[in-house]
Design a protein around this ligand. Sequence first.
Ligand SMILES: Cc1cc2nc3c(=O)[nH]c(=O)nc-3n(C[C@H](O)[C@H](O)[C@H](O)COP(=O)(O)OP(=O)(O)OC[C@H]3O[C@@H](n4cnc5c(N)ncnc54)[C@H](O)[C@@H]3O)c2cc1C
Length: 458
Amino acid sequence: MPDSNHIIIAGAGLAGLTAAYDLQQQGFTTTILEASDSIGGRVKTIRQPFDNGLYAEAGAMAITSADTALLGLLKKLDLNLISLKQRIDNARYRAANQWHDINEPCSARILPDNLKQCSVSGLLRHYIDAARLEHLKPDTNCFNLNDELLALDELSLADFLRREGASECEIYLIANFSSAALLGDGIEHLSALQYLMRCGHKRDVDNFFAVENGNDNIITCLLQQLDSAPLTETPLIKVTQTKDGICAQAKTAEGEIIEIEGAALLCTLPLPVLKQVEFTPELNSDKSAVIAELADSYTSVSRVYFQCSPAHRQQGLKSAQSVIDRPSMIIEDHTNHLSDISMDVLEIHTIGDPARAVANMTLDEQVEKGSLILEEILPGITADKKTGIAVCWDKQPFHHGAYLSFRPGGMKHLPVLARPENNIYFAGEHVSMLPGSLEGAVRSANEAVSRLIADITS
Ligand SMILES: Cc1cc2nc3c(=O)[nH]c(=O)nc-3n(C[C@H](O)[C@H](O)[C@H](O)COP(=O)(O)OP(=O)(O)OC[C@H]3O[C@@H](n4cnc5c(N)ncnc54)[C@H](O)[C@@H]3O)c2cc1C
């Protein structure tokens, strides 16, 4: 008979480790199963092959001042934050070979005269009414979607903007040059509700942060707090619900099948992987259908990094994040918060369909292609190909995609996705009103643990 105080956790990303930490605080013991040989999942800082202690984020980069659950956790872990304020102050975009400040009037040739005085971010603000955002703040993950929210979910962000009176010309600008250009497969394919929830969450944001010396320090510090280390290279493959609890089967690196028993399972696996796990008895059919449908809604992201000289700061690129006139592509400057550097790390960040196309290339080919694009955008930059490195989230065997972006009509499935099945509980960024964020991962873990403890102790 399994120990009623022992919980099995699948996945050692931020949600899994936060859940383990919360459970330990409440007197539970855990076994954490992790498929990869490393811990942290989509919190991944790369330090090799860069020189002089430089690093870049391959997963989550920015934390906002609205991320209260995450900031609370970081405070408990005593982690120092650095400010990335440049991201909001100086964001730039390049159109028709010219650099523009995101807050300056648009001078793009495609705009009719009456719109040239609008900025790209101003266009978005104009159509997204601040008063409406007040009650779209996802304060909890209770997933109570009323009729108004369900109606917003059925719309794409582009259709929402059309409904609010935006012209096709404005939609083109927003789709290609605003922060919305960085989400999912573009604004025609993104649930309006997801975007508005995100805006509601960030409504009062006055600063962006990252953890000093790399976001992977969140993972290192969480691990230091845990009594037992995750079992790496041990993917969960089968879950059997027994009369008294759960029996989880996992495969070790040596090919051995091990069985672990617990009172409950808390599962944080990304949906494209979760759909491959065998459940006995099977999950309810509505749950399986939702997992299968949403598993196809993951955003593709490919990132290619180069160590190069900071001379580009004299050119057009002055901000941490610049939208460029290449479809679904931005340049990230990973050292923008540092003022005095001799070397810099620049990244070509590709999203959506163009990232899916890149996934068919070898990593070397991605580096080659990235260096050509960088040279074209910043002539004379001479990206150092020896220190070029590519990370393609579609190719990560335990993710098969970067993060969930709800398509129109997708968020209505959240109550089913989050619903526990007997003693199996679900968490992770995808079980959240703020998908694709650290805050969503932490909130989902906090809430799954509260539910689990309430059920077990009732
Ligand atoms: C490119 C990119 C940029 C991002 N930028 C930001 C940002 O700027 N700000 C922000 O807040 N968020 C950002 N995010 C999102 C953030 O990183 C994620 O939301 C968060 O890290 C997800 O945590 P998680 O625990 O839900 O999932 P994960 O971290 O993916 O954890 C799941 C774990 O499960 C493991 N696993 C998979 N299969 C199995 C199996 N069968 N058995 C056991 N384990 C398994 C995986 O290896 C992984 O470790 C970004 C993400 C990406 C990919």
